[in-house]
Design a protein around this ligand. Structure first.
Ligand code: NAD
Ligand code: TYD
Length: 340
């Protein structure tokens, strides 16, 4: 039996990972460490709250004393670090908290790993650390060798964290791995991000705010496939290595928005083009050859199926996202989109 500390487990991907791990590793213990920022949601974990192999601890990854106390108490074998500030637009508005959580927090966790001993520290990274690719060069993809070249305070903070993780491997021989995944979608996705925001707005007959011309391209992966990839890396990945994870599924934002409207039977007149994001990355595209060759991972969920599953989830779980958008989210929305 292993004990996993999953930081950020009340967020989108971390929450999905907790559900996945408790289902597929029923003898292991999952301890979530999450400070419950605006993005953390206990409702995401409600269905596992009574599982005897699950424990939730409210705490901040930047708080050294409480992180150390948790490690001393739980003696984790593996730490998977999902905890982060994750939204590019918020990082443009207020970079400071991104530097604190994403960089300092990662350092605090790794110091605890060194102090108490660990089998593996896994850092959940992002493809955004590679910057962007041109729209007219479909032959170019991000590999693990692509130089880091960040655009936003968010991606710069994630790249800094990756460098720190690799430094702890080289200097202290901490057994680390890093994954860099493309854009995820699926259940429990906070409705500030493109896909859940467009679903929620369409369902409420509100305008769908598309940045610029909607021609930016992202490489979308169903969240469960990401969880499976991380599990593969934990079980068989080589320490000190970076693994890119992607869906082979590049799509323009505008095409995603139109698809969502079609699935929901809503008119395209809801689409509203708004001022572009500052420094907006044009295109992300991952080459996942390494994780495929070494660990046998492949994306399994086709976008056409995954987006239907996702839309159905938002239709069947209205309370989950309506609770979010009825609260503090409204002032966020007004700040980000009002008069844009
Ligand atoms: P999210 O914003 O939905 O969730 C983040 C979680 O971390 C929340 O539960 C929040 O409460 C928690 N958290 C934030 N600061 C914390 C702190 N200081 N201490 C403890 N907990 C804290 O994010 P997500 O979309 O689930 O992303 C998870 C990770 O995956 C992030 O590291 C992100 O960079 C990475 N990632 C995300 C995507 C994507 O498409 N969403 C793609 C690739 C990588
Ligand atoms: P997002 O979900 O914020 O992910 P990221 O910026 O990390 O890739 O945005 C995905 C794409 O959708 C990105 O090109 C920005 C665009 N976008 C919009 O056009 N309108 C919106 O309201 C949002 C949130 C994003």
């Amino acid at each position: 039996m292993k004990t996993y500390i999953v930081t950020g487990g009340a967020g989108f991907i971390g929450g999905n990972f907790v559900h996945y791990m408790l289902k597929t590793h029923p003898n292991d213990k999952v301890v979530v460490l999450d400070s419950l920022t605006y993005a953390g949601n206990m409702e995401t974990l409600a269905s596992v709250a009574d599982n005897p192999n699950f424990l939730f601890v409210k705490g901040d990854i930047t708080d050294r004393d409480s992180v150390n106390a948790l490690f001393q108490r739980e003696k984790p074998d593996v730490v998977v670090n999902f905890a982060a500030e994750s939204h590019v637009d918020r990082s443009i508005d207020n970079p400071g908290v991104f530097l604190h959580t994403n960089i300092i927090g990662t350092g605090v966790l790794m110091d605890a790993c060194r102090k108490y001993g660990i089998e593996r520290f896994h850092q959940v990274g992002t493809d955004e650390v590679y910057g962007d690719l041109p729209l007219d060069r479909p032959d170019l993809l991000f590999t693990e060798e692509t130089p880091l070249h960040t655009s936003s305070p968010y991606s710069a903070s994630k790249a800094s964290a990756d460098l720190l993780v690799l430094a702890y491997y080289r200097t202290y021989k901490l057994p680390v791995t890093i994954s860099r995944c493309s854009n995820n979608y699926g259940p429990y996705h906070f409705p500030e991000k493109l896909i859940p925001l467009m679903i929620a707005n369409a369902l409420n007959d509100k305008p769908l705010p598309v940045y610029g011309k909607g021609e930016n391209v992202r490489d979308w992966l169903y969240v469960l496939d990401h969880c499976k990839a991380i599990d593969k890396i934990l079980q068989g990945g080589r320490v000190g290595e970076v693994y890119n994870i992607g869906g082979h599924n590049e799509m323009r934002n505008i095409d995603i928005v139109k698809l969502i409207l079609k699935e929901l039977n809503k008119p395209e007149t809801l689409i509203t083009y708004v001022t572009d994001r500052a420094g907006h990355d044009l295109r992300y595209a991952i080459d996942p050859t390494k994780i495929g060759d070494e660990l046998g991972w492949q994306p399994e969920t086709k976008f056409a199926d995954g987006i239907k599953l996702t839309i159905d989830w938002y239709l069947n779980n209205r309370e989950w996202w309506e609770n979010i958008i009825s609260g503090e989210y409204q002032s966020y929305y007004e700040k980000m989109y009002g008069g844009r």
